[in-house]
Design a protein around this ligand. Structure first.
Ligand SMILES: [Zn+2]
Length: 194
């Protein structure tokens, strides 16, 4: 069984990444809520963004994850709907402006293989939430994996310093297991890189 604390790959920067637009729609409720749960990066995003963090919601709906943003507790840049939601197969939701540092990784978290062990990774990262109960029996749909890979490819084309794609579990192994061992990291990596 895959260990989510090992999930990481790095993006080769010596290739032409696609500059195609993303199939995304702005989630108005989340976008408004992000005003209360996101920070300035302290540098232009084209310089600052170095890490893409992959999360799973441990819940069953987009609305549930967005409610956490409405409470001002956490935030993320995109959410990938699950197969029970009508947007599944069509588009992902943009939930926070990319220029802002969403609150999706604890400030103290660090890993020696990521940005030389830097902390405060929210300033340096983008975060994707994938709707999945993460209970061992809820499997990610093929479209969810493709849609997540598409976001990474879009960001690779947009942010020249984006170097690391990593699970939340790798950054915070004592407290987090997401996106969980059901997440097909090897296939996902191949979709991003091939
Ligand atoms: Zn997470």
């Amino acid at each position: 069984m895959a260990d989510p604390t090992t999930f990481q790959f790095n993006l080769p920067r010596d290739r032409d990444w696609p500059r195609a637009p993303l199939s995304e729609r702005t989630h108005d409720i989340a976008w408004a809520a992000s005003g209360g749960c996101a920070s300035l990066r302290g540098a232009p995003p084209a310089e600052a963004v170095r890490v893409m963090v992959i999360h799973a919601t441990a819940g069953s709906s987009t609305a549930g994850a967005v409610s956490v943003m409405k409470q001002g507790r956490a935030s993320f840049h995109w959410i990938v709907p699950c197969k029970d939601e009508k947007e599944h197969g069509a588009y992902v939701w943009a939930t926070c402006a990319e220029r802002l540092a969403a609150w999706h990784v604890r400030r103290s978290c660090a890993h020696p293989d990521i940005c030389a062990g830097a902390t405060n990774l929210n300033r340096l990262s983008l975060g994707i939430e994938i709707v999945n109960r993460q209970d061992g029996s809820d499997f990610f749909s093929p479209w969810q994996i493709e849609a997540t890979a598409e976001i990474v490819r879009y960001a690779a084309g947009k942010y020249p310093n984006l170097a690391h794609v990593v699970s939340h579990a790798r950054l915070d192994p004592d407290r987090r297991t997401d996106p969980g061992h059901n997440f097909p990291w090897t296939e996902f990596k191949a979709m991003v890189l091939d």
